[in-house]
Design a protein around this ligand. Sequence first.
Ligand SMILES: Cc1ncc(COP(=O)(O)O)c(C=O)c1O
Length: 404
Amino acid sequence: MKAPTLDLQPTMYEIQGETAFAFLALAKKLEAQGRRIISFGIGQPDFPTPKNIREAAKKALDEGFTGYTETAGIPELREAIAEYLNRRYNAGVEPDEIVATTGAKTAIFLAIAAYLRPGEEVIVPDPSYYAYAMIAKFFGGKPVYAGMKFEPHYGFKLDIEKIESLVTDKTRIIVVNNPHNPTGSIFDADQIAELYDLARKKNIILLFDEIYDNFVYEEGKFKSILSFPDWRDNVVYVNGFSKTFSMTGWRLGYLVVRKEVIPKILDLAVSVYSCPPSIAQKAGIEALKGDWSEVYKMINEFKKRAEILYDILKDAYGIEPYKPHGAFYMFPRVRELLDKAGLSVEEFSHKLLYDYGVVVLPGTSFPGSLGKDFIRLSFATSTEDIKEGAKIIVKASKELAGAG
Ligand SMILES: Cc1ncc(COP(=O)(O)O)c(C=O)c1O
């Protein structure tokens, strides 16, 4: 008989970990062996957390602010989040419609846990950040992938007709991440409006993850779902501090949802993690209300890096770069190169790492079926590394295709 400790409940076997973290571990191992590795892998700004935010955390520590807090987060933090969202999106969010969480990932977990019943379907654009599909499967739901449209030289667009055609009476949630990881897209405002109408018509929840809402490289292109008047009826909203303030390790994010359901969500949250880190919460207030000059500097820098990456990669063989519109990712098609080199995208990514010392993520890290033709590059890495790494990719593409 199988030992009970070996016998996990079935949906545990449905989920997989995050490829970005697996590549990070591989890269660290090679670096420990003395290899120089350039990483376009994990989505993490290379800038330090701004000084004013670090100082606020130190002050919180020195003042002994180190205990449990309210599960939803301290009132000043929720007020600061509400002010931020209302100033930017005219959203009318109230502090008691906000749950501060241990990162946006936890907000995604709570949202799906709260709404998805076993057997229900979650429509997820293909490709997408991996966590939505994993958590849906964990709760016995079924991810249904809606392929996005790739337009050479432009990037990706949502296919609203496809999404609509996939709606069934089991559809409970449509997930949208905007600006988009892994493609660097920002979805057109009229597409967001169409989705909003669709969700209202069909009584479906829109789980919107806007964690990259500050990484917008075209003025006026981004429209938040919170700017729609009746968002409360259909929208569950996720955002966080990891990307905008370069605070990935601080673990602070938030969920916005109508206030009637917050007490039940808090019952789950307190059972899982009690509260978000106290010190990070104080830092979060300073992040939102303090000086944003470092943040703007970082975003401007990323915009320049996207251009640099594009300018070099366009000389590669069989790689189709484009200029990202938002977030800090490019997701070029590499099908021609893979065919010529006789490699799968995973084999290509491993070859780049082991033979050339460059980390990219295979598109298959992002659930769905489109990823096998694409790679993801994060340009949240230094300009020198981008220049050097992109040149290596160009060289590798020619060598592997036998076209050099
Ligand atoms: C789209 C998206 N949502 C959520 C997260 C997780 O963010 P956090 O560090 O706040 O958990 C990420 C991180 O890569 C992401 O890309």
